[in-house]
Design a protein. Sequence first.
Length: 394
Amino acid sequence: MTTFEANFTKGEYGRRIAKTRKVMADRRLNAIVVTDPSNMSWLSGYDGWSFYVFQAVILTQEGDPVWWGRGMDAQGARRTVFMDDDACIRGYDDIFVQNPEQHPMSDLAVVLKDLGLEKARIGVEMDNYYYSAAAHATLARDLPKAKLSDVTALVNWQRAIKSEREIEYMQRAARIVEVMHEHIREVAEPGMRKNDLVAEIYAAGIRGAHGFWGDYPAIVPMAPSGLDATAPHLTWDDRPMETGESTFFEIAGAHRRYQCPQSRTLFLGEVPQKYRDAESAVLDAIEAGLEQARPGNRAEDIANAFNATLNKAGFEKDSRCGYAIGISYPPDWGERTISFRRGDQTVLEPDMTFHFMPALWLDDGGLEITEPIRITETGYECFCTTPRELFVKT
């Protein structure tokens, strides 16, 4: 039974479950087995660093969800889920943990049979980070009379429009990432070891801001400098920061697992003209994209406006320039649904939330100036107030 302040009311969990069940009914599913920890948390409240072993939330058409996971994590489930009934918490024996001879999905099959699902139509998230080929093969073998079908992102899509409390948590995360960027500008300097700077970033993020504590981000800080910054996903080492180099900081504030990522770029020393040209092009393209960020428009409208403006200035970006965000666990803070790119016909609705991520990687460095945004009733609002510019320290 939950014995501490829950992140959401039982009523909110009930609304989420009802919304999900409607889609399940449309697909003629008797149950879904949710293994993505973000979806598990969204449906049940479960929160723990246990996603390195197999775990799931089982949702049927009636009753509360059932949490299933490693036996030692059952107490963590009791501390975090909204369900009061101990029958909704099923732990498996440790003999199944990382044992090539006994897969945990064999235990899950027993639980599903116990729930009357031996011959049911069951949806599983086949294409996410937490459901392996061996897991699927074992479940299919041990439930030969059930019909397993792919429901990847079924729950993710139900998360697209945020509740008032979810928006509040993201606003708190925004205050945290603002402080993180401010601290970077204060302490970064030539000669500072990059790992020392990242330690400062982590400290600022975990301390939090405005009385709100910082949770762990779903992605580690991306903080490459110089030629390393020509690549999008390098992290850090112990090399000192140098004059004449750009460093982009792709970081996130996090609060109660809700993520607010934002990127800014710092240049140490005199800024070359090509960086100023890139900054000007990106800022103009951001404004063009944000003009399209309003209800009724489509996700691709933002990307098309952004890219058209960027191309006019002589720059190109061949990857998407944004994606949906909200609650998340490692290794990704995106919701893996809506993207700002040509061809995404998703209609924007109020209280959808995104990371508008128009990064550029040049031949000798990178430039990231990004904005987390919320679609409002009439347009958009930026979660953060961080100055939108290339930061410079000389």
